[in-house]
Design a protein around this ligand. Structure first.
Ligand code: ATP
Ligand code: MG
Length: 183
């Protein structure tokens, strides 16, 4: 997990490639994409509208997505997700307790990066409709992420590995994640 633009999806693509080369039975799930699939059945059009829905609606979509994740049978199931969502009402947990109880994660990986690098990665990516991007906001989000991740560790009793995704060093970060979890 990590804030937008930190490099989660980039790292996951590399991790999956390595694990498939090792003949591992692995799958990845983007929590946001899965929630969007459920939401689309209810008339929502745009991924970036998701976080603007009322919290009660987001909770229902989160729960349905969690149930689909829990039904996966692969040896390794990796979830690409945000530790929190920037909703109209404030920061909202990406994995509230009711969702953690359904998914029951064995390991957390909290991806971070230099705030200036996150800033420029977000500015480069014009495929997404992002909230106003400022450096102080990114620093605040990194703080909120570490608080959320600590809560997940306490609720589940599962370890958290912090990974710094350095500019131009995505391969190193991917290797560290695989090494840390022992995959
Ligand atoms: P989101 O939460 O919005 O899905 P994300 O965390 O999945 O974001 P990515 O889409 O993987 O982020 O990466 C954002 C941008 O940063 C992409 O343009 C990607 O190529 C670039 N990027 C990721 N990791 C690195 C790195 N180590 N060095 C340089 N650029 C990187
Ligand atoms: Mg992504």
């Amino acid at each position: 997990m990590g804030i937008p633009g930190v490099g989660k999806t980039t790292l996951l693509a590399r991790i999956v490639k390595i694990l498939e080369e090792k003949q591992k039975d692995v799958c990845t799930i983007s929590y946001g994409t899965l929630m969007l699939e459920v939401a689309r059945k209810n008339g929502l059009r745009d991924r970036d509208e998701l976080r603007k829905l009322p919290i009660s609606k987001q909770q229902e979509l989160q729960r349905k997505a969690a149930e689909e994740i829990a039904a996966h049978t692969q040896d390794i199931v990796i979830i690409d997700t945000h530790a929190f969502i920037n909703s109209e009402e404030g920061y909202y947990s990406g994995l509230p307790e009711h969702v953690l109880r359904i998914i029951n994660p064995t390991n957390f990986v909290s991806v971070s990066a230099n705030p200036e690098e996150i800033y420029s990665r977000r500015m480069k990516d014009d495929s997404r409709v992002r909230d106003k991007i400022t450096l102080p906001n990114i620093k605040k989000e990194l703080d909120v992420q570490s608080g959320m991740v600590s809560a997940y560790a306490v609720i589940t009793g599962s370890p958290v590995k912090y990974i710094l995704n350095r500019e131009g060093k995505a391969d190193d970060a991917a290797d560290k994640i695989i090494g840390a979890i022992g995959l």
